[in-house]
Design a protein around this ligand. Structure first.
Ligand SMILES: O=C(O)c1ccccc1NCC(=O)[C@H](O)[C@H](O)COP(=O)(O)O
Length: 244
């Protein structure tokens, strides 16, 4: 029967398409020996208001990509960050590096949206999800071959993330309630994350000294928004940070 053949060939086609190994490739890339960089495309934020006036987001993403960063984080939240999902889909079409949907994921629909917009990575924030939802969303991400960065701010949240089976940990140095920033947060939590799980330090990274400090602590990746967005010459600052 044609219909049986169609079902069989569709099963095979979808199994092939699903198993493209994106998650493992991203984990391997983040674990490579030298500290890497994730550049963020960020127009505005609750703590700083408008960060830049001009926002040629595709050009910014291309500059990051040409400078050899490992991934591009794109804010898609519209109200406080002036983001759009469209920025992400446009950027994903124009660069070869993996793109992260940086948003406040609270519904599985947002994970499907990320996938179909071309994201390879999503962010899951422990403080806004129940442990059940955190697991459920990671299962969905795994099913869609999307890498999930599980973001924490404290030892307690880190334990929840590890218990949920997180495969990549992001430690936000910014307290999302009062916006204070402390790089020591990453330094304090680093020893608690097993070495096979990539560790990403996020927020408030500004200087070569900050980079040296994080590098010495064996941080795998740093995620930088404002500092890169404000830099006139993005390739220069990324080179300086890489050489630190
Ligand atoms: O950036 C904010 O003000 C902010 C406020 C509340 C929740 C999240 C927020 N930012 C999201 C991020 O995690 C940062 O955009 C990202 O880590 C880059 O930070 P930075 O390098 O300090 O721009």
């Amino acid at each position: 029967m044609i219909l049986d053949d169609l079902v069989e060939s569709t099963k095979k086609r979808i199994a092939d398409e699903k198993s493209n190994n994106n998650i493992q490739e991203i984990i391997d890339k983040f674990l490579k020996s030298k500290m890497g960089f994730i550049g963020e495309v960020k127009h505005a934020s609750p703590s700083k208001g408008e960060i830049v006036k001009d926002f040629p987001y595709i050009q910014i993403a291309k500059e990051y990509s040409n400078a050899g960063i490992d991934a591009i984080s794109v804010l898609t939240e519209p109200t406080y960050f002036q983001g759009k999902l469209e920025y992400l889909s446009d950027i994903a079409k124009n660069v070869d590096v993996p793109v992260l949907r940086k948003d406040f994921v609270i519904d599985p629909y947002m994970i499907y949206q990320a996938k179909f917009a071309g994201a390879k990575i999503i962010l899951l924030i422990v403080s806004i999800l129940t442990p059940e939802k955190l697991k459920q969303f990671q299962n969905l991400a795994n099913e869609l071959d999307l890498a999930a960065i599980v973001e924490v701010h404290s030892t307690e949240e880190l334990q929840i993330a590890l218990d949920s089976g997180a495969r990549i940990i992001g430690v936000n140095n910014r307290n999302l309630k009062d916006f204070t920033v402390d790089l020591n947060n990453s330094l304090k939590l680093r020893p608690l994350v097993p070495s096979q799980i990539p560790f990403i330090a996020e927020s408030g990274i500004k200087t070569v000294e900050d980079i040296k400090l994080l590098k010495a602590a064996n941080i795998n990746e740093v995620l930088i928004g404002e500092t890169f967005m404000k830099a006139e010459d993005k390739s220069l600052i990324i080179r300086e940070f890489k050489e630190a």
